[in-house]
Design a protein around this ligand. Structure first.
Ligand code: JF5
Length: 243
């Protein structure tokens, strides 16, 4: 897979891909990352990427010519791929989108700045994607987050220790994890985890995951497939909270 990034700050991409799993994936050629400087596609003396908005108002807008020149040069239409742009106005990024993008051969990510892009650039954009309901100074950080979420899904990128196993963002939140020591500052590891009773451990973890999801992300419960007993448990918790 080839990931192409178009940015006015190419050096921002140095350190996140120089460490850990992303670095190992690059070393093993499991993907390639090409970071392009948008200013290399500017033909004017001052290499300007932005201009004033028609109709007035605060802020600047990214000019269409350099962006479209870059995207036309970089995107190879014969190759299964997409041009994506991080934006708070995009569709929400999710594990499902990460999975979909991980199956492409070319992913081009354009990183916006200022108030945004000239609307005519959207002719060359396949998807606008939001990382969440907040405003950032530019598209570089969301681009790096998406690349990490996408690349770790490629075959062989995670080692056996890291593994995808039962993950795939199972509709419930993770249960709590413990490692040694069995007691830390008076705080004991739950007895059941030391019991060696695998069925009891499995049931305890499921119960903890359900409780956490109920408390922190009740919106996820509608998509979870829950047993009759679990639905009854949820109803009991709801009643307890309402009093
Ligand atoms: C950006 C204009 C996009 O701020 C974001 C963002 C927030 N959630 N998801 C993405 O992207 C950067 C900056 C300026 C458009």
């Amino acid at each position: 897979m080839i990931v192409d990034v178009v940015t006015i700050f190419p050096r921002m991409f140095d350190s996140p891909f120089a460490e850990s799993i992303m670095r190992r994936a690059l070393d093993k050629k499991q993907f390639s990352l090409r970071v392009h400087n948008l200013r290399d596609y500017c033909h004017d003396r001052h290499r300007t990427v932005d201009d004033y908005p028609y109709g007035g108002g605060a802020g600047m807008v990214m000019r269409p010519e350099p962006v479209c020149r870059a995207l036309k040069d970089i995107r190879k239409p014969e190759c299964p791929g997409a041009v994506i742009v991080p934006s708070p106005a995009g569709e929400p990024f999710s594990q499902k989108l990460a999975q979909e993008f991980s199956e492409l051969e070319q992913l081009v990510i354009f990183c916006p700045h200022y108030e945004g892009l000239d609307e005519r650039i959207n002719r060359l954009v396949d998807r606008e994607v939001s990382l969440g309901d907040y405003i950032l100074t530019g598209g570089e950080l969301p681009a790096m987050v998406m690349i990490d979420a996408i690349i770790r899904l490629r075959p062989g990128v995670l080692g056996s220790e890291e593994s995808l196993s039962e993950e795939s963002f199972s509709p419930l939140l993770e249960y709590p994890h413990y490692t040694r020591p069995a007691e830390y500052e008076g705080d004991k590891v739950p007895e059941v985890l030391l019991s060696g009773h695998h069925a009891k451990i499995k049931a305890w973890r499921r119960q903890q995951a359900l409780r956490r999801t109920f408390e922190r992300r009740p919106d996820l419960l509608v998509q979870a497939d829950l047993s009759a007993a679990e639905l009854q448990q949820l109803e009991a918790w709801r009643q307890a909270v309402k009093i």
